[in-house]
Design a protein around this ligand. Structure first.
Ligand SMILES: Nc1ncnc2c1ncn2[C@@H]1O[C@H](COP(=O)(O)OP(=O)(O)OP(=O)(O)O)[C@@H](O)[C@H]1O
Ligand SMILES: [Mg+2]
Length: 268
């Protein structure tokens, strides 16, 4: 493994303590990401994907193994991390701009109020929410709320962006809009991104590599490089190359679910 990796997760094991005894969730997780990389993590429901995000965010400490961010073990929550989830959880008593600015009230920074507002407005404009600064969350559609939540995750210029199924609750067309917005954000903001998703098309449209986790307790089962460049249109999803990749990922998920053995030929 390289020493320059921005994120290095190696040999990670973790079990939750439950009334019925320990529940092993992660068992041999390996993941390495360079600065600016974008990795998608897919795997069966309940295999431990959200647990992985909590380890990276410093909300959980692994029983065994290492979670290293910028050369340092992660032992507590980091202000250099931004997170967005399936449910945006915006505060209804704050307008959209004030929701986006919330992390700047928590994370130490030298910005004055005007600079904070400029930063929030810059992000809202990037995601097409210019003019919605004063609205309340309930006045926005689900897709708009999720865009605001992405702005909130990025407002303090985190080095690492963790997205846990952020587009999972959106309809297919809104989801595709958000994918394109993610590409634009990636061009304009410098972050290393770990995306958890159930959507295999989403994983290959957005990421540079797709990591498939096995069933629980999860280990890294398969890593697929995504050869598409930085400028991607939705058309790439309809190429034979993308179809082959989706086919292989689907096979890997079925292996992870224990539905087919790893060495079984894929049906075409
Ligand atoms: N705090 C906790 N205490 C005990 N068990 C937990 C806790 N959090 C999660 N689990 C269990 O750990 C396992 C992994 O949970 P996790 O949320 O990481 O899965 P996931 O891969 O994100 O699932 P999904 O795809 O459904 O979001 C599940 O069986 C879950 O019930
Ligand atoms: Mg989850």
């Amino acid at each position: 493994m390289s020493d320059e990796a921005h994120i290095r997760i190696s040999g990670v094991k973790h079990a939750y303590k439950t009334e019925a005894g320990p529940l092993p969730v992660l068992d041999g997780l390996e993941l390495e990401m360079q600065p600016g990389a974008f990795s998608a993590v897919v795997g069966p429901s309940g295999c431990g994907k959200s647990t992985l995000t909590k380890l990276l965010a410093g909300l959980l400490i692994p029983d065994e193994g290492e979670v290293i961010l910028h050369g340092q073990p992660v032992t507590s929550p980091r202000s250099t991390v931004g997170m967005a989830f399936q449910n945006p959880v915006l505060l209804e008593w704050r307008n959209i701009l004030d929701n986006v600015l919330l992390p700047l009230e928590i994370v130490p920074n030298k910005l004055n109020q005007k600079q904070r507002e400029d930063r929030g407005q810059e992000l809202l404009a990037m995601v097409g929410l210019e003019g919605f600064e004063d609205k309340k969350p309930s006045e926005l559609s689900g897709g708009m709320r999720q865009r605001a939540s992405l702005c909130r995750a990025l407002v303090h210029r985190p080095e690492v962006l963790i997205l846990d199924e952020p587009f999972g609750a959106l309809d297919a067309f809104t989801r595709e809009d958000l994918w394109q917005i993610m590409h634009e954000l990636r061009h304009r903001e410098a972050f290393t991104c770990l995306l958890i998703t159930h959507d295999l098309r989403e994983s290959i449209f957005l990421a540079d590599e797709v990591v498939v986790l096995s069933g629980r307790p999860a280990r890294t089962q398969h890593v697929m490089d995504v050869p598409f460049g930085a400028d991607r249109s939705l058309e790439i999803l309809y190429t034979p190359e993308a179809t082959d990749m989706l086919h292989e990922l689907r096979h890997q998920i079925q292996v992870a679910q224990g539905r087919v053995p790893a060495n079984q030929e894929q049906l075409t």
